[in-house]
Ligand binder design. Structure first.
Ligand SMILES: *[C@@H]1O[C@H](CO)[C@@H](O)[C@H](O)[C@H]1NC(C)=O
Ligand SMILES: *[C@@H]1O[C@H](CO)[C@@H](O)[C@H](O)[C@H]1NC(C)=O
Ligand SMILES: *[C@@H]1O[C@H](CO)[C@@H](O)[C@H](O)[C@H]1NC(C)=O
Ligand SMILES: *[C@@H]1O[C@H](CO)[C@@H](O)[C@H](O)[C@H]1NC(C)=O
Ligand SMILES: *[C@@H]1O[C@H](CO)[C@@H](O)[C@H](O)[C@H]1NC(C)=O
Ligand SMILES: *[C@@H]1O[C@H](CO)[C@@H](O)[C@H](O)[C@H]1NC(C)=O
Ligand SMILES: *[C@@H]1O[C@H](CO)[C@@H](O)[C@H](O)[C@H]1NC(C)=O
Ligand SMILES: *[C@@H]1O[C@H](CO)[C@@H](O)[C@H](O)[C@H]1NC(C)=O
Length: 391
């Protein structure tokens, strides 16, 4: 009996269980999701050759994997079948996000020079007349450890391009993101990256053209390095918004964003935290923005600790998200209006050790204005801000 079982297991091992080293996929003409899902389960390397365009028409659950490599030289295109995705995209309670693809597990690599095509145009146009439409994120790393994503293009995500959700040791390198609408309806909410409940994340050497945050640090993004990015048309490198949800405690700590070129953007370096009644709490601690070159940026430097809250309400209900040990160092370039930097904190000492050094920001004309409220500003550029009113 025991011998029989062993032989049976050996037989299974040889024919089914043992992972094939490498598989190559070609387009089937129909939905390629089933073959892609089968391949990732049974092969350690899945290759999508240069001329192949995989048509992803049903959702991709690729969680709990170990030691997998997707060598994407061709294209993975997410079919813009809005009725299908409306009912079937994976849902995350955090900001009610949905996604085409969850990719998770341990020791995963996605590279190869190819493209993830979100086919976003139909989504942008449909969203313009239906603001309740939930548009899927292209790639969600979910519960993933030791991941490398590199040498990949991402085009026209319907919404965010990358969501790093409950990840550790995640490395993005040489990613080109382009979300550009060809109609009058913008590519709204097309963030480059959102980092959430994740630790040890690096995003570097990448070029992003999009219509919302270039990189956003959401609740519990810790030990994150963002380096050498060129962001165009975005809403900037943003911490937050944090402290929105009652009962939740949001941490963003040990974050560095360095060597950033920011052009034609709404914000450069930004931290935003909610105030008012019925919000959450948290801490933003040890965040450094260094070596930013900005061009035509509406708000080159921003702290807003009364986010979405008017001054009177903020005075009554100051933010419970404290902001400490923040550095804006060596930030130069041009704004689009006279105010080039705003450090606006809640009353009652909710910001501490806020530093500005080597700022060289110029408005389109006239004298640059630096504004601040309820904060003592440190660093060699502090005199630019004068004395901040306390309420
Ligand atoms: C994804 O598949 C795994 C099994 O492989 C399952 O446990 C999990 O619930 C699925 N996730 C979703 C969101 O459907
Ligand atoms: C990671 O996975 C790859 C296959 O993609 C494998 O070659 C490599 O040995 C794995 N590394 C570790 C540390 O297990
Ligand atoms: C808007 O999109 C939602 C979600 O997909 C859908 O349930 C609703 O029917 C759409 N509304 C209109 C007017 O098309
Ligand atoms: C970056 O990725 C692109 C593909 O998107 C590739 O063509 C290029 O060679 C990569 N650059 C480097 C330095 O590896
Ligand atoms: C960003 O643009 C600058 C100036 O054009 C260039 O030197 C740098 O290599 C670019 N960085 C990336 C990651 O493409
Ligand atoms: C963030 O981490 C802290 C400490 O582990 C935890 O108490 C809190 O619930 C987490 N917040 C979120 C939004 O996950
Ligand atoms: C601040 O964060 C950086 C990483 O961004 C880290 O290297 C440094 O040790 C942290 N400093 C403190 C005092 O925690
Ligand atoms: C931040 O970095 C410091 C210094 O390395 C470390 O002691 C601390 O645990 C880090 N904080 C988090 C939340 O990882």
């Amino acid at each position: 009996m025991q011998l029989f079982l062993t032989l049976l297991l050996l037989g299974l091992g040889a024919s089914f269980v043992q992972a094939q080293a490498s598989c190559s996929l070609t387009a089937s003409g129909g939905d390629d999701s089933p073959q892609f899902l089968n391949a990732i389960r049974s092969c350690s390397t899945v290759s999508i050759p240069k001329t192949t365009i995989l048509n992803i028409a049903t959702r991709l659950n690729m969680t709990g994997l170990t030691n997998k490599h997707i060598n994407l030289a061709g294209t993975i295109r997410f079919k813009p079948d809005i009725p299908y995705w409306t009912g079937n995209a994976f849902f995350f309670p955090f900001q009610s996000q949905v996604t085409f693809w969850i990719f998770g597990g341990k020791n995963l690599t996605l590279n190869g020079g190819g493209t993830l095509d979100g086919a976003g145009q139909l989504w942008y146009d449909t969203f313009a007349t239906n603001s309740t439409l939930r548009r899927p994120i292209i790639l969600t790393l979910f519960q993933a450890t030791d991941v490398t994503v590199e040498n990949i293009r991402m085009t026209n995500g319907p919404e965010w391009h990358n969501f790093v959700n409950e990840g550790t040791n995640i490395n993005f390198n040489n990613i080109t993101i382009s979300a550009v609408s060809t109609s009058s309806h913008g590519a709204a909410n097309t963030d480059g990256w959102n980092v959430y409940r994740s630790d040890n994340v690096v995003i570097q050497n990448s070029v992003i053209t999009n219509g919302d945050d270039c990189v956003a640090f959401k609740p519990n993004a810790t030990n994150v390095l963002v380096s050498n990015l060129n962001c165009t048309g975005s809403h900037g490198i943003s911490v937050g918004s944090l402290g929105q949800f009652p009962g939740m405690f949001d941490i963003v700590q040990n974050v560095t964003a360095r060597n950033i070129r920011m052009s034609n953007a709404q914000n450069g370096a930004r931290i935003k935290a909610w105030a008012g009644p019925n919000v959450g709490s948290g801490i933003v601690k040890n965040v450094t923005f260094i070596n930013f070159i900005e061009s035509k940026v509406d708000h080159p430097i921003v702290i807003d600790q009364c986010y979405m809250t008017d001054a009177t309400t903020c005075a009554q209900f100051p933010s419970n998200t404290f902001i400490q040990d923040i550095f804006f160092n060596t930030i130069s370039g041009t704004g689009t209006s006279s105010v080039v930097a705003t450090l606006s904190c809640s009353p009652d000492a909710r910001c501490d050790n806020i530093n500005v050094n080597n700022l060289n920001l110029t408005p389109p004309s006239g004298v640059a204005k630096y504004t601040c409220q309820n904060v003592q500003v440190f660093g060699n550029a502090a005199p630019l801000f004068g004395t901040c009113t306390k309420t």
